[in-house]
Design a protein around this ligand. Structure first.
Ligand SMILES: Cc1ncc(COP(=O)(O)O)c(C=O)c1O
Length: 420
């Protein structure tokens, strides 16, 4: 035994294998420490602030005094802490239990899961829907189940990581087109004519820039080259479009987008969960073949209860979505008047473009000192030289909250030379 030869006295077999296990762990720690150091060295270490209250426009954050104004959640409609959403979650918890201890096809399907799937397809005006534990899972599970080596998938280069991972798992021919570049998409569609099916995949709204995919143009190219259209609506469901149905409603192409994936973990109550909605045959196939659906636990009843109530509220009235639109306009126009450049168009994701990474980071820290929680993003999350602070507006911010945020930005921007 190599380890016993290293030592001056013989080891028993048990001692020898425990020495080997410790050596393996020491080697792993060495590798991990080097990797962690390289993340620190690259300045891309992500630390987590600890929130000690419910999610909402006003939160408590460990290490900060008093209430903090929160401008960095995906809680676009403020439903994460809506009393009716919470009550519905509690009722489902009481009536249906903590969880199913099962995947859906064994003994993990309750009537509330079927009701929520029906509600989601009605909300999006599609034939059917299937629930997942997250939209990450929905994206990881769709491409492999749907596409074969005979097919092609054409994906925007800035699509969300979960779409990229989902596409990696499938065996279709892969094309990556330049971000929202319709000429490039057309060239790739022409090349992809040799394949059986073509699927164009795009985020409906891109979360780093707050920009919206040109779905009208994508759909007309898809028609011209006989392709299917898939959109990820995580940053659109519940609030984009006159009735909050999403990017496809906003751009008038609900009847031309074939497949929608989205999350229950942002505007729709914010708990967790994701789904695919689209043609019935596709949903039937996903129930048979989609691995994150087949091999993972059912959505917990409390989560189902919360999401179900969030959808009821949105189907009753578009008032919450419209209130968010008005607040977004107020923030964007006041920030532009103050001299800031805000990327994107009319989306509640409002990236305040600053350029230098250090400027974004010190300004975000100074905003927190003034009681306002925003996050700076820099390379490699966004391109070099395009650092920004991402502000996210919610329907439950008051006009006063918005104005306080703009005033703080103006003060901090002047202090650091971002404004004259
Ligand atoms: C565009 C997009 N797609 C998918 C996801 C994953 O959603 P979930 O949190 O439900 O897994 C996210 C979440 O960050 C997202 O922003």
């Amino acid at each position: 035994m190599w380890c016993s030869r290293l030592l001056s006295y013989p080891l028993s077999q048990g001692q020898c294998s425990s020495y080997r296990a410790r050596a393996a762990l020491a080697q792993l720690n060495h590798v991990l420490e080097a990797e962690l150091e390289s993340i620190r060295g690259a300045g891309t270490w992500k630390s987590e602030r600890i929130i000690t209250s419910k999610q909402g426009p006003h939160i408590h954050v460990e290490g900060s005094r008093g209430e903090i104004l929160n401008f960095c959640a995906n809680n676009y409609l403020g439903l994460s802490s809506h009393p009716e959403v919470i009550r519905s979650g509690l009722e489902a918890l009481e009536k249906f239990g903590a969880g199913l201890s099962s995947v859906r096809f064994i003994c993990g399907t309750q009537n509330i899961h079927k009701n929520l799937e029906e509600k989601i397809s009605r909300f999006h005006q599609r034939e059917d829907a299937i629930l997942y534990a997250s939209c990450f899972d929905a994206n990881a599970g769709i491409f492999e189940a749907l596409l074969t080596p005979e097919d092609a998938v054409l994906s925007d280069e800035l699509n969300h990581a979960s779409i990229i991972d989902g596409i990696r798992l499938c065996k279709a021919n892969k094309y990556r087109y330049k971000h929202m570049d319709m000429q490039d998409l057309e060239a790739k569609l022409q090349d992809a004519q040799k394949h059986r099916l073509r699927l164009v995949a795009t985020d409906g709204a891109f979360s780093m820039d707050g920009d919206i995919a040109p779905l009208k143009e994508i759909c007309s190219l898809a028609q011209k080259y006989q392709a299917l259209v898939f959109i990820d609506e995580c940053h659109a469901t519940g609030f984009l479009g006159p009735n909050g149905r999403g990017t496809d409603e906003l751009l008038g192409v609900m009847d031309q987008v074939d497949i929608v994936n989205s999350t229950l973990g942002k505007a729709l109550g914010g708990a967790a969960g994701g789904y695919t909605t689209g043609p019935k045959a596709l949903i039937d196939l996903l129930r048979q073949r989609s691995r994150p659906y087949l091999f993972s636990n059912s959505l917990p009843p409390a989560v189902v209860g919360c999401a179900s109530k969030a959808l009821d509220l949105l189907m009753e009235s578009n008032a919450i979505a419209q209130s968010m639109v008005a607040k977004t306009r107020r923030f964007r126009s006041k920030m532009a008047a103050a001299g800031f450049s805000i990327s994107g168009n009319d989306h509640p994701i409002c990236p305040v473009m600053l350029g230098k990474a250090r400027l974004a980071s010190v300004m975000a820290d100074d905003m927190l000192e003034r009681g306002i929680y925003v996050i700076g993003f820099s390379y490699p999350v966004v391109p070099k030289g395009k650092a920004r602070i991402r502000v996210q507006i919610s329907a439950v911010h008051s006009e006063d909250d918005i104005d306080r945020c703009v005033e703080a930005f103006t003060e901090v921007g002047r202090k650091h030379g971002a404004l004259p």
